[in-house]
Ligand binder design. Structure first.
Ligand code: HPA
Length: 274
């Protein structure tokens, strides 16, 4: 057998997940800035830090950095709070390490959430958006380099990253629960500076509705590894130039925490569907 140094990190992390939590749940939910409050709704939770699993530890305010497995409204799920970002200087392969480990462990569906700036004047902070597609401006595609044939194909198809059937189910649930949910395109920037007004205008012209600094590398790695993906943005601020106020990270976290309730309820019901 190959030594640990020769084995891919996702394989090692998947083994640790199995040892710590047992068999994989079907669903994993990744909680973005200000969305970590969902962890409080998890019953019978066992937790473990990213570092203990051998994953890079997050270093940004509002990202706690743990994996918790428990039940959400009766369904067993993994909640990941805190992720690492390209803007922290992490390599794309590090940013997506947890995604590959979850796929290896046996998770089948990944729900990514994030706080994002609005690229449109008619979507105010607090708006919850289901992502239908993305534009990648990070220049950090995690699949660059020799392909991991054991995980997925060299040239994965990205024509429906955010699985339309799952999206339709989310829309139905939102309608039934009276949750206001928009559908939109996310553009991922590398950050860490927020955009200039000209960049926000450019993003809008190119077809983006919301702007953020995460989610896209993970969604690409997830599709590559065969996971079903859904993603949500909670609008935390207007993009620069749309209003007089400048975006600010503390305000981002506070706005999202205040408007996350309806999304939390929706996610808890969604995972019941298996
Ligand atoms: N731009 C990029 N990323 C963000 C923003 C923004 O305005 N708000 C929260 N994350």
């Amino acid at each position: 057998m190959a030594s640990n140094a020769e084995r891919p990190r996702d394989v090692l992390v998947a083994e640790r997940l199995q040892a710590r939590f047992g068999a994989a749940p079907g669903w994993a939910l990744v909680l973005g800035s200000g969305l970590g409050v969902l962890i409080d709704q998890l019953a019978d939770a066992a937790q473990c830090s990213h570092a203990d699993l051998g994953l890079p530890a997050p270093g940004v305010k509002g990202h706690a950095g743990c994996v918790a497995v428990g039940t959400l409204g009766g369904a067993r799920v993994a909640l990941l709070s805190g992720r690492v970002h390209l803007y922290e200087g992490h390599a794309p392969a590090d940013v997506v390490a947890y995604v590959r480990a979850l796929a290896r462990w046996g998770v089948h569906t990944l729900v990514l959430t994030n706080a994002a700036g609005s690229a449109r004047a008619d979507w105010a902070p607090g708006t919850v958006v289901r992502l239908t597609d993305h534009i990648d401006f990070t220049h950090g595609n995690p699949l660059v380099g020799p392909n991991r044939d054991d995980l997925g194909p060299r040239f994965p198809d990205l024509s429906s990253v955010y699985e339309p059937g799952l999206g339709a189910r989310i829309d139905e649930l939102a309608l039934a629960r009276g949750v206001a949910l928009e559908r939109g395109v996310y553009v991922a920037m590398r950050g860490p500076s927020f955009e200039t007004p000209a960049e926000v205008r450019m993003c809008r012209i190119l077809g983006a509705d919301v702007i953020g600094m995460s989610t896209v590398p993970e969604a690409i790695a997830a599709v590559h590894a065969g996971l079903r993906v859904a993603a949500f943005s909670v609008v935390s601020n207007y993009g620069a130039g749309l209003v007089d106020e400048a975006p600010d990270h503390d305000a981002v976290t506070a706005t999202v925490s205040a408007s996350v309730g309806p999304l939390a309820g929706l996610l808890a019901e969604l995972v019941q569907g298996g």
